[in-house]
Design a binder for this molecule. Structure first.
Ligand code: ISE
Length: 329
């Protein structure tokens, strides 16, 4: 039984703790830490009485903890991931690996010095049955060569005053990762278009439209809209030379009544990606290596930062990703 230590027991840390306790085999929550001790105690108690640590570094180095899951606030990821590498422990870090390219680079360097991969990044969509099937069909040649990829990513409401860049670094970063993963080709150019912002977005530039070109010559567009009001929705359509594949994951049921059909949308991403999170955790616990690497985490942050510059400047920007270090090839 692998004993997992969780750093950060907010919305994602608590959800991971629940999945590890109820839905993943071969692991248990061995310890938790949160800046809010009451929140940590609550999640510890719900995880079959896992130990509550007063110090995150104490959790990382404790002999009773075999591997660490980092779900704390984004700017703290680097510190905890580096400490896990120093302790030689496997770590699953929620996205982003670090919000800065420099932070991601320091993690890559530490992992290279260690000599083998310890870091997995929580780009859970790679484990979503829908995206996995899309990739399987594309690879099997079902629609021929891919030409266009249309993404829609909507949240019902964002916190007032959210910086416009967060739509890219916190939300569209999933599309940046899934586009290069699905098409198996790096993003080499980005433009970000900003329509009239929604009057309900509290001053944030929302929505935004990203246009990305891949090295293979395909174009991907991403509508990111975090105050869409009606619910949480993620879908996409891949257009190839022979046909298209649509990924739409609505509620399992549609209600037809009084001349109308309707279906439910979740309030956030957890129900939509519940199976993806479960598969991601099981893969990590099993050491199967199917998740995103620190290199993938670096590339996502690298591309996101250029998209933010493209939003600010309004122009089309080239993206030159550095050479892949040896341990990630
Ligand atoms: C959130 O942080 C996530 O990671 C979700 O997967 C994403 O869909 C949402 O837009 C983000 O705010």
């Amino acid at each position: 039984m692998k004993r997992i230590g969780i750093i950060g027991t907010g919305i994602m840390g608590a959800d991971h703790a629940r999945l590890l306790t109820e839905a993943v085999s071969g692991a248990e929550v061995g310890g938790v830490f949160d800046l809010d001790p009451a929140r940590a105690a609550e999640v510890g108690a719900a995880s079959r009485g896992a130990r509550v640590f007063a110090d995150p570094h104490g959790l990382i180095t404790d002999d009773g903890i075999d591997a660490v899951l980092v779900a704390s606030s984004d700017p703290t990821h680097e510190e905890y991931v580096l400490a896990c590498i120093a302790a030689g422990k496997q770590v699953l870090c929620e996205k982003p690996l670090s919000p800065t390219v420099d932070g991601c680079t320091r993690i890559l360097q530490a992992e290279e010095r260690f000599g083998s991969r310890l870091v997995t990044v929580g780009f859970m969509r790679r484990f979503d049955p829908g995206y996995a099937d899309l990739k399987r069909q594309l690879t099997a040649g079902a629609i021929g060569a891919p030409l266009l990829l249309h993404h829609v990513h909507r949240n019902p409401a964002a916190v007032p005053g959210l910086p416009s860049s967060a739509l890219i670094t916190n939300s569209a970063v999933h599309e940046l990762d899934i586009t290069r993963w699905l098409l198996d080709s790096e993003i080499v150019e980005a433009t970000v278009h900003a329509p009239r912002p929604s009057g309900l977005a509290g001053g944030t530039q929302d929505p935004q439209m990203l246009v990305l070109r891949t090295a293979s010559g395909a174009l991907a567009d991403v509508e990111i809209f975090v105050n869409a009001r009606y619910g949480y929705e993620v879908r996409c359509e891949l257009v190839g030379e022979l046909g298209t594949i649509t990924l739409d994951a609505p509620a399992p049921t549609t209600l037809r009544r009084s001349g109308l059909g309707s279906r439910e949308f979740a309030a956030d991403w957890r129900p939509r990606f519940a199976e993806a999170y479960r598969r991601e955790l099981q893969d990590w616990v099993d050491g199967a290596g199917g998740g995103a690497t620190a290199w993938d985490g670096f590339v996502a942050t690298f591309v996101a930062q250029i998209c933010v510059a493209a939003l600010d400047g309004g122009e089309r920007l080239p993206i030159r990703i550095p050479e892949v270090p040896k341990i990630y090839r």
